[in-house]
Design a protein around this ligand. Structure first.
Ligand code: TXA
Ligand code: MG
Length: 318
């Protein structure tokens, strides 16, 4: 176990975090979606430490985070579709999977041997300040042990990875609450993971439809494993009449007696922001052999990302 430094979003805290990163260390940083476990994407040993700290399988590639579009264009080939999506949604909760430039200088481990690379410009002011201070590409998967619930506060990060990483930069609770939408552009434009930008908005900006998985629980992005976001308790979905021993999580006003709610008024933005926090609270309430039942959430807007995470939380564990 190592001592994991607690850093705050002050100029001194950000400078310290950037210095740790320049030394090849790992820093958990806030983004508008979830906390990411950041390390220098150019260093093999650092990228290998990210995989080790998370217990992440090496075939599951990482997202590279950048401060600006010029840096992104140095790493990957942008076609007209990529330019349109970047203009519309960067900085923000969108990741683009693009053909990687051969001379990009990234560790090959980042892309798990693929010829593509996943890029994102986060919007969170603390992430942007850290990227500016560091000045290079940061590989950053969500800052949770592989397969577990993603972190939306620094306390969640410490619970999962405390003692395994160099520092946690505290930037408060994440506003969006679900990970970025991932769009693959190495072939037909494909939604590889629903996330913080709704499918409808992506299609409006592109002016065309995206390919989506017919079965949303099907593995699309490598490492989009069926069982993910798993709490300890069992999870049931689309429950309108919970069993007596289940912790019922409601959505909207029609869930009288629910122990917790994703959003009392049925607001999908509020529900996305609350999702991972509620999943942790429900798990604590249910206890080790308990069960959690989620009320139905509509499959529109951010509901697509919420349902994707809930299906993976409910999937049979391996
Ligand atoms: O919001 C987010 O995207 C957060 C924050 C920290 O930025 N990050 C995040 O990273 O969710 P992670 O590692 O938990 O999820 C990355 C996803 C994985 O499903 C991975 O398979 C996919 O991105 N991915 C990465 N590189 C890819 C590539 N070259 N081709 C296809 N999928 C890729
Ligand atoms: Mg993740």
């Amino acid at each position: 176990m190592m001592n994991t430094e607690a850093l705050f979003a002050t100029p001194a805290g950000i400078a310290r975090a950037a210095a740790i990163l320049r030394g090849g260390g790992l820093v958990a940083m806030p983004t508008e979606t979830v906390y990411g476990l950041a390390g220098d994407a150019r260093l093999d040993a650092t990228v290998a430490r990210i995989f080790a700290a998370k217990g992440r399988p090496g075939f599951n590639p990482l997202i590279v985070h950048l401060e600006n579009l010029a840096q992104a264009r140095e790493l990957a080939v942008f076609d007209a579709r990529a330019e349109a999506l970047a203009q519309a949604f960067w900085p923000g909760p969108l990741t683009l999977v693009l053909p990687r430039r051969a001379d990009a200088g990234l560790s090959p481990l980042v892309s798990a041997g693929l010829a593509s690379v996943a890029l994102r410009l986060p919007a969170h002011p603390v992430a942007r300040a850290l990227l500016a201070a560091f000045g290079g590409p940061l590989a950053a998967p969500s800052a949770n042990p592989s397969g577990r619930v993603s972190p939306t506060t620094s306390a969640h990060v410490r619970d999962g990875l405390g003692g395994r990483i160099d520092a946690i930069l505290d930037g408060g609770a994440c506003e969006v609450g679900v990970e970025s939408s991932i769009v693959g552009l190495t072939g037909p434009a494909t939604l590889l993971r629903p996330g913080g930008i709704p499918l409808e908005a992506l299609e409006a900006a592109l002016g065309s439809r995206l390919v989506t998985a017919a079965d949303p629980a099907k593995i699309t992005a490598p490492g989009q494993l069926a069982s993910h976001y798993a709490p300890s308790a069992a999870v049931r979905l689309n429950v309108t009449s919970p069993l007596p021993d289940e912790v019922w999580v409601g959505f909207g006003p029609a869930c009288p007696g629910a122990a917790l709610t994703l959003s009392p008024n049925g607001d999908l933005v509020e529900a996305a922001a609350a999702l991972f926090h509620i999943l942790r609270r429900a798990d604590a309430l249910a206890g080790p052999n308990g069960a959690i039942a989620f009320a139905p959430v509509p499959e529109t807007g951010l509901g697509r990302a919420i349902n994707d995470r809930l299906r993976r939380a409910a999937a049979p564990r391996t």
